[in-house]
Ligand binder design. Structure first.
Ligand code: ADP
Length: 622
């Protein structure tokens, strides 16, 4: 689909094209129809004008011929030198001329000399003039009749010459001539509605609606024609200017489109005499003259122009209405399409929602079941863990009990001896020794109290609340608990505690339990080692308190690494280990949100690392 500006441009171009086509088409069609109309009217006018002209000429055509009926005329021509008869005939011709309203009537003898003339009494009379050179004389002599337009050689008066040969039984006597005034012929044109001209065989206008048109030429005259005019004095050396007629186009039936550019702005009647015309011509019967009627095209052009303008406006209007309707249709179509798309999207959405709801409820149910399952598993694990913790404690207590018994037996035996001795020293009155013994007894009782206190600590159930616990303090407590074993094994202890010591967010008792367990494992691993060493390191990094317990024992066996934190996994013999220590420890550390991991460092031994989130509060553990 084209873009909006492109569509607008193509619509505009289409509109311009259609408007131009309709304007030009209508103009041409209306013009052609108008020209056809004008042609029909022109033909009608042509017939009308030529008929009236012929009728006018016809009125005089018979006149020269009838003079042959006059005996005096015949007698004069037989004896041209009879002066008396010449005068009476001339007088007769004068009267006849007057009655007929012609310009002049005269008789020419067979030699071409004028023998009698209607103007015999006026100055410039034709009498005795030699007119043998005049074409109308020669035509009449040769053919019986002559017609000629010309300008009088004597008086310079233009006129139409009608000549007839007069003869008797013996032969040709002479020629009678009647000269008719052009004005007389023009009289018949006073009522014409369109300009018309009569041109002679030379293309010279001899009659014209406009006075200026007379004695103009329709076509350029060559030199030979001009010199012939000089010989015949046809136009009596009048200057023959061109009419300024230019043929534009030849139409059918001898009709031509012409333009007249003449200088004359004179208006005859109501019609213009310059501009574009439809020219229609026909030859006048019995003459070599051509009658041309001009129909002005201005009216036709105006009508064609106004109709073309109307067609243009109508085209634009129809086009605009079409475009508007099309726009409306497009708009409606787009709206419907948008509605359909919306409906589809809505349906799709509903379908998806339904699908998802079903999926969701299914997955929800599955999730719920899984959660319930996990909760159950968690509960089971926690219960097992709790049990294991207790069991672990008991195990540690079991392990400790031998040491505890040993530790307590020694002071107890010492207490027994010291108290027995004290009684005897008191009986002897040796108070100094008695006091020394009692002080030693108090020290031993304190030491025993320490041992039992730590055992109580280990056995105590955790509060479950996380607090800021100083790591080094926890290490010290754990070491104190295992002190007899450590000492017994001769272990070298290395302890690295930075200052300020890191505070881990955890439960102090449970952390100590973990450490006791790790240290206990280390001691187990170091059994029989020639130079046992345990290294404890505290640090902090990226929000974590890090505590590692490392020994220089044999390190973690391959199977132990794979199952390290699994409950009941142990490499120790029966009665030595339950395989619960690390599993419980890992669970405790996990409770703190931390991790417990074990590995073999490159330089030997085993290392366990605790990572517990750092606390920011003040330490509460004492
Ligand atoms: P137990 O000590 O009862 O065997 P634990 O869970 O504490 O159970 O330890 C599991 C096993 O991990 C031990 O049996 C031992 O094989 C191995 N282990 C633990 N600590 C060490 C250590 N420091 N060096 C070597 N092996 C160790």
């Amino acid at each position: 689909m084209p873009s909006r500006p492109l569509r607008q441009l193509s619509l505009f171009l289409l509109l311009v094209g259609l408007a131009t086509a309709s304007t030009v088409g209508t103009f041409r069609l209306t013009q052609q129809l108008g020209i056809a109309d004008l042609q029909a009217t022109g033909v009608h006018r042509l017939e009308l004008y030529s008929a009236s002209l012929e009728r006018e000429i016809g009125k005089y055509a018979f006149l020269p011929g009838t003079l042959g009926l006059e005996p005096d005329v015949v007698a004069l021509l037989r004896q041209p030198n009879d002066a008396r008869r010449a005068r009476s005939v001339s007088s007769y011709l004068e009267q006849l001329n007057e009655r007929a309203g012609t310009l002049s009537i005269y008789l020419i003898d067979a030699n071409g000399r004028v023998r009698a003339a209607s103007n015999w009494q006026r100055g410039g009379s034709f009498i005795d003039e030699d007119l043998s050179f005049r074409p109308y004389f020669r035509d009449a002599m040769d053919n019986g009749n002559g017609r000629f337009f010309g300008i009088g050689t004597t008086r310079g008066e233009p006129g139409y010459y009608l000549s007839s040969r007069l003869a008797d039984a013996d032969g040709t006597l002479g020629v009678a001539v009647t000269k008719v005034s052009l004005e007389q012929l023009e009289k018949s044109w006073t009522t014409v509605e369109a300009p018309a001209i009569v041109s002679d065989e030379n293309g010279v206008v001899i009659l014209g609606s406009a006075a200026d048109w007379k004695f103009t030429t329709l076509r350029p005259l060559d030199e030979a024609t001009r010199s012939a005019f000089d010989q015949t004095l046809q136009y009596n050396r009048r200057a023959l200017k061109p009419l300024g007629l230019r043929e534009i186009r030849e139409l059918e039936h001898g009709t031509r489109l012409v333009s007249i550019s003449g200088d004359s702005q004179e208006m005859i009647s109501v019609y213009p005499v310059t501009g574009r015309f439809l020219a229609q011509s026909r030859q006048l019967p019995g003459t070599q003259w051509t009658l041309t009627v001009f129909s002005h095209l201005e009216q036709v052009d105006k009508i064609a122009q106004s109709r073309a303008a109307l067609a243009c406006i109508a085209t634009v209007l129809i086009f605009m209405i079409g475009v508007m309707l099309d726009e409306r249709r497009r708009h409606l179509r787009d709206r419907l399409a948008a509605q359909r798309a919306l409906q589809r999207a809505h349906d799709e959405l509903e379908r998806k929602v339904e699908e998802r709801t079903t999926d969701l409820s299914a997955s929800n149910q599955a999730l719920q079941e899984e959660i319930a399952e996990r909760i159950r598993a968690e509960r089971t694990l926690r219960a097992a863990q709790d049990e294991l913790v207790q069991a672990g404690k008991l195990a540690v207590i079991g392990q400790l009990s031998a040491g505890v018994a040993h530790e307590l037996n020694q002071p107890l035996a010492a207490l027994r001896t010291l108290s027995g001795n004290s009684v005897r020293f008191l009986e002897r009155g040796d108070l100094t020794t008695t006091r020394t013994n009692l002080e030693r007894i108090a020290q031993l009782a304190d030491k025993m109290g320490d041992i039992t206190g730590q055992l109580r600590n280990f056995a105590r159930k955790s509060s479950g609340q996380l607090q800021a616990v100083p790591l080094c303090k926890a290490i010290d407590n754990a070491l104190a608990l295992l002190e007899p074993r450590l000492r017994g094994a001769g272990v070298e202890l290395r302890r690295h505690c930075p200052l300020p010591e890191p505070l881990a967010l955890c439960d102090a008792n449970r952390l100590e339990q973990v450490l006791v367990n790790l240290l206990g494992n280390a001691l187990d691993a170091l059994a029989g080692h020639p130079a046992p060493c345990i290294e404890l390191t505290c640090s902090s990094h990226a929000g974590q308190a890090i505590l590692s317990v490392r020994d220089n024992g044999p390190g973690l066996a391959e199977t132990a690494r794979q199952h390290l934190f699994e409950p009941f996994f142990t490499t120790k013999g029966a009665g030595e280990g339950l395989g619960l220590g690390l599993a419980i420890s890992a669970g405790i550390v996990r409770d703190f949100g931390g991790t417990l991991s074990g590995d073999n460092p490159p330089d030997g031994g085993a290392r366990f690392t605790l990572e517990i989130p750092l606390a920011v509060e003040k330490p509460t553990h004492g």
